[in-house]
Ligand binder design. Structure first.
Ligand SMILES: Cc1ncc(COP(=O)(O)O)c(C=O)c1O
Length: 455
């Protein structure tokens, strides 16, 4: 890729509200309620009225919008699903082979069995595997298994786990219970009121908040559901404490590895954090952008899937398992997790050095391959919008967190570094003029921060 092409999209940035992507998105909102199928893909979450919105082509770390502008993606790279980069040639070759051989048939795909063996080899505590195709539905399977195995109804959880009723039930009656668990403002409208009180939130690294739930709800908690880690590392003793509490209260420990999995090691992050769950759930990280999800677990809990109806046609198609096998094998061969940690560390350093040079205050968080920062100012969201707008002008899709991939080569990181330095220095000038300095440099509204109705 040539430098100038990465830095100078073809269209005039001042016209982006009239770009083909924004025009299509304005129309889409009249046909598709909410505009897209995923909250975090709404252009309003990044850069209202200016974000390119749609793509025609993606490869490696690059994306071409509908007007042929080329951007380097320093955001979440397919919502965290493409650890090897977009359109990885090895994964695509495996997928094309099963498409040509017939990706759906009356008989079963043998890749399912090979993948089950591979997942159990990587996680020696697990004996059996079931599949789905999305994270949210795989979580719903894990919850069903836990409820069926324990004959209990209630779930103690922390963090974000998808759109399903079992999870949104936390907001019935108390609409802010889910705030602080990644996405604020999630509405439980449409859920049966009878689910109220069935999903109870505790805080990561706050063992007492979990213990309180387990004590108050004596013998009613079917499962403790959590990510092994997200923005903060576990404090010493926290994960051990969760495991002990799960055993004491005979609750099933479910680790949601949908985002953390395959980022810190080849397999679940729980492997290197030294905690053994009863069930673990994988999705986005396991198949490089092709729909695939798995619930793995101890045989005695997985066997319950024979006693409760868990079954779906497209959980049997062949592309998902073929993509997962190719992704996991390449991941292991490359020692990808180590590479991702180094690249994530480099991104953190870029932000910290740019901030120090421009005397802008930021706070960094996130596990090494998913670094994030916030501007430490009352106008943080306006500053984040400014950052995104000015990096877009330079040919980058960017926000204040990055899911690094194999495709984020040292050369791309170097170019990103210069762009970030320029934008931080422009932000410093804007800040010197007070909040007016910032808003007068924004060409559209500030970014949304959570779930809200679109107009
Ligand atoms: C930790 C976690 N759990 C569950 C989900 C839901 O997965 P999906 O969007 O595939 O339904 C996500 C997605 O962002 C996630 O990060």
């Amino acid at each position: 890729m040539q430098d100038d092409q990465a830095k100078r999209p073809k269209s005039d940035p001042s016209d982006w509200s009239q770009g083909t992507g924004q025009r299509l998105y304005r129309y889409a909102k009249t046909r598709i309620p909410g505009g897209t199928q995923l909250l975090s893909k709404r252009p309003e979450m990044a850069l209202p009225e200016l974000w390119p919105a749609y793509y025609q082509k993606a490869a490696g770390a690059e994306i071409w919008d509908l007007d042929g502008n080329r951007f380097v993606d320093f955001t979440h790279n397919g919502v965290g699903s493409c650890l090897l980069g977009y359109a990885d040639p090895d994964v695509n070759a495996a997928v094309k082979a099963v498409i040509d051989a017939g990706s759906m048939a009356t008989l079963n795909a043998p890749e399912e069995v090979e993948l089950a063996d591979l997942l159990c080899e990587l996680h020696p505590w697990a004996e059996m595997v079931r599949y789905a195709r999305t994270g949210g539905e795989a979580m719903a399977i894990a919850i069903r298994l836990a409820r069926a195995a324990t004959k209990r109804d209630k779930i103690a959880f922390c963090g974000y786990h998808g759109w399903n009723d079992w999870y949104l039930a936390a907001n019935l009656g108390e609409s802010s219970a889910l705030d602080g668990h990644l996405l604020p403002g999630l509405s439980p409208r449409g859920l049966p009121r009878g689910l109220q009180g069935t999903a109870l939130a505790f805080r990561y690294n706050d063992l007492a908040s979990l213990e309180r739930i387990l004590t108050e709800q004596r013998d009613q908690i079917a499962a403790i559901v959590m990510e092994p880690l997200r923005s903060d590392p576990p404090e010493p003793g926290f994960l051990d404490g969760v495991r002990i509490l799960a055993d004491q209260h005979k609750a099933i420990l479910v680790m949601d590895e949908i985002t953390a999995g395959f980022r810190l090691t080849t397999g679940g992050a729980h492997l290197i954090l030294d905690v053994t769950p009863d069930l673990a759930v994988f999705a986005k990280g396991m198949s490089n952008g092709y729909p695939m999800a798995a619930v793995i677990g101890k045989g005695k809990y997985m066997e319950v899937a024979q006693e409760t109806f868990v079954s779906s046609t497209y959980w049997t198609e062949r592309i998902g398992p073929a993509a997962a096998l190719a992704t996991i094998k390449k991941h292991r061969e490359l020692d990808l997790a180590k590479m991702l940690a180094e690249r994530g560390q480099r991104v953190r350093e870029i932000w910290l050095r740019a901030a120090a040079k421009s005397k802008i205050k930021i706070k960094i968080s996130g596990m090494p391959p998913l670094p994030a920062f916030v501007f430490d100012y009352p106008d943080a969201v306006a500053l984040k919008t400014f950052f995104t707008q000015h990096l877009l002008d330079r040919g980058y899709l960017a926000t204040t967190s990055v899911y690094v991939t194999y495709a984020h080569t040292p050369a791309l990181l170097e170019r990103y570094e210069s762009a970030v330095f320029e934008v931080f220095s422009e932000a410093a000038c804007a800040l010197q003029e007070g909040s007016d300095g910032l808003t007068k440099r924004l060409r559209g509204p500030i970014a949304h921060t959570g779930f809200s109705r679109l107009v």
